[in-house]
Ligand binder design. Sequence first.
Ligand SMILES: NC(=O)c1ccc[n+]([C@@H]2O[C@H](COP(=O)([O-])OP(=O)(O)OC[C@H]3O[C@@H](n4cnc5c(N)ncnc54)[C@H](OP(=O)(O)O)[C@@H]3O)[C@@H](O)[C@H]2O)c1
Length: 235
Amino acid sequence: MQHMRARGARFIVLTGVTRGLGRALFEAFVAEGHRVAGCGRSKEAIAELARKYPAQSLHAVDVTDDGAVKDWAAAVLQNDAAPDLLINNAATINRNAPLWELSAEEFDPVIKVNIIGVANVIRHFAPAMVRRRDGVIVNFSSGWGQSTAPEVAPYCATKFAIEGLTQALAQELPTGMAAVPVNPGIIDTEMLRSCFGEAAGAYPSPEKWAQKAAPFFLALNARHNGQSLAVDAGA
Ligand SMILES: NC(=O)c1ccc[n+]([C@@H]2O[C@H](COP(=O)([O-])OP(=O)(O)OC[C@H]3O[C@@H](n4cnc5c(N)ncnc54)[C@H](OP(=O)(O)O)[C@@H]3O)[C@@H](O)[C@H]2O)c1
């Protein structure tokens, strides 16, 4: 049975809703009456969100697990039509260190979550969007998708990859759709604390960012296809 949505309400699929930017975006979208299907790995955080937002679709899914993403997409698409907006937000960052000091156990997950996870989600959600020839796919990039810094080489590699992957995807989509790499800006999350330490406190909270970011994402359309964009969350 398909979910009923209020006029103007969108159906949004969002990865990484358990904390940080994904959680703040999830809450901002829901507050505006949109319906969201979200995932994250933390079963506890997903259960807590499901209790708080019983009308939303929440699943504990690791985006690096292609089979789990396939099952998630099947469950979500059974209840809702293709998403109007698919946002690949989930990502991870390496411990600050020169590249040669990072073990394979530290390097590989950054590639797996930030590139393979994004591809898994697109593989299982995009076909329904392409069939409808409608919808926007946002892949979260970073300032470190276009410039580099020491001690975050694995992360930089993945975000440069996201820029390329998304631009190529944009060339593949039918007219009426868009794929957009988006740099969200610099926001005080656990990820930023990992690389900036206490200095992260000088940046806006995810909740403040989401007030500007949610309408920014909702305004994206086919005309933005292939553009590399950034959220301007300034005052
Ligand atoms: N914060 C910034 O200043 C900044 C700047 C530039 C770009 N970005 C980008 O913005 C996005 C969000 O970053 P953030 O700062 O909010 O990061 P964060 O605080 O570390 O949150 C990451 C989110 O992704 C989820 N996640 C991680 N691995 C996952 C996996 N394998 N499967 C499913 N979900 C997974 C996490 O939940 P679980 O642990 O429960 O899975 C969490 O909800 C990322 O793409 C990041 O690269 C952030």
